[in-house]
Design a protein around this ligand. Structure first.
Ligand SMILES: [Zn+2]
Length: 374
């Protein structure tokens, strides 16, 4: 069955903290340290899972401290910008106008996205990898912060990545940075406008309210909207490989040198799994193998609202693995993961904390280092 990425916007129940001591920051740090350093659970059902390591599953919450917008946080898109509708795969692939709108908005949002860097939570993950506590990372984020922060700790990017584009016809990938330069060359008026917006500092602020005051709305995945902007004037390039193949690839250019309506190939798409698009089979299998090869799962900064992530945690639960969740606010269907936790659990069997990952993970690293040095 293909696994589609679909948005889930239903309200989530408030978190049920486990154990009760995890309600404070210091309590959560202690419980998480216990969780990560406990011997493998006796309930593990797979032999492959006895490596005594944790697989990490992260979502947008871990990138908020890097200045990126998320969907569900206090300043999240679903909280502040309820009319926001991300582009769907079918719309993007079928509709030239939808692609113009997508790329114009992505063009405006890229500068900031490209400047953003991994934060202290990603660095803590890197250190936990070095310490042998974390075996691998699965992320729903498309910002490339995990591979940047810890290139040697394996990362499965469940929803792809914005750092590249992929051609829908020949599947060649291209770097997004060079594409930005091509977009500027094809769209001089937009380039002048972007330069103006950047000079005004309107994109510097991370505060959505301030951006709104300056006429901009920012959304996850580097999307910037200017209500009423002439998106129809935007041009985007065709795949250079398909273009070089000539008429056989069905690509034509318009008078400005952009991809021309009526072409039958050479459409470039961000290398992300868009909403309504299937997760590639190889990615799905890599994520399942990462789960099956670990002894426990720690979810950080995700409400597991997308089924592709939720089902991985359910899989871990079915494997008999202890589950930990660090996320501010509710998590979809979390009662499924935490049934039957014994009284007296100090974090070894299960942890559920509603705290900031950037606040707790660096402290957990220090605690694990102390445990290691004894
Ligand atoms: Zn191509």
């Amino acid at each position: 069955m293909p696994l589609l990425r679909v948005p889930y916007t239903d309200p989530l129940p408030p978190p049920h903290i486990i154990p009760r001591t995890a309600a404070t920051v210091s309590g959560a740090i202690a419980c998480l340290t216990d969780f990560l350093t406990a011997p493998p659970s006796k309930n593990l059902k797979l032999d492959t899972a006895r490596n005594d390591r944790t697989v990490l599953l992260t979502g947008a919450g871990i990138s908020v401290a890097s200045g990126l917008a998320d969907y569900r946080g206090t300043n999240g898109t679903y909280t502040l910008n309820r009319t926001y509708k991300p582009v769907y795969y079918n719309e993007f692939t079928a509709n030239h106008e939808a692609r113009k709108r997508y790329w114009a908005r992505s063009y405006l949002g890229w500068t900031n996205l490209h400047k953003a860097r991994p934060n202290i939570a990603h660095k803590a993950v890197a250190r936990l990898g070095e310490l042998g506590v974390i075996s691998s990372c699965i992320t729903q984020n498309v910002d490339s912060f995990h591979p940047l922060a810890h290139p040697s700790l394996p990362t499965t990017e469940l929803h792809g990545y914005l750092r590249a584009l992929v051609c829908l016809t020949c599947r060649t990938e291209y770097p997004r940075t060079a594409f930005q330069t091509q977009l500027s060359a094809l769209n001089p008026a937009w380039a002048a406008f972007l330069a103006e917006v950047l000079a005004s500092g309107a994109l510097d602020t991370e505060d959505p309210a301030q951006r709104r005051a300056r006429g901009l709305t920012t959304n996850p995945d580097g999307d910037v909207d200017i209500p009423g902007a002439p998106y129809g004037t935007f041009r985007y390039p065709a795949c250079p490989t398909c273009l070089a193949a000539g008429a056989a690839a069905g690509v034509q250019l318009d008078s400005d040198g952009g991809w021309a309506e009526g072409s039958s190939g050479g459409v470039l798409k961000p290398a992300v799994v868009m909403f309504g698009e299937s997760i590639p089979q190889a990615t799905k299998m890599a994520a399942e193998e990462a789960v099956d090869g670990a002894s426990r799962v720690l979810v950080v900064g995700s409400s597991l609202a997308t089924y592709s992530a939720w089902r991985l945690v359910k899989r871990a639960r079915e494997n008999g693995m202890p589950i930990g969740v660090v996320n501010i606010g509710g998590v979809r269907g979390e009662e499924v993961f935490f049934g039957g936790v014994a009284e007296g659990n100090t974090g070894r069997e299960a942890v559920r904390a509603s705290v900031d990952a950037g606040e707790v993970l660096p402290a957990v690293v220090r605690m694990v280092e102390e445990v290691d040095s004894i």
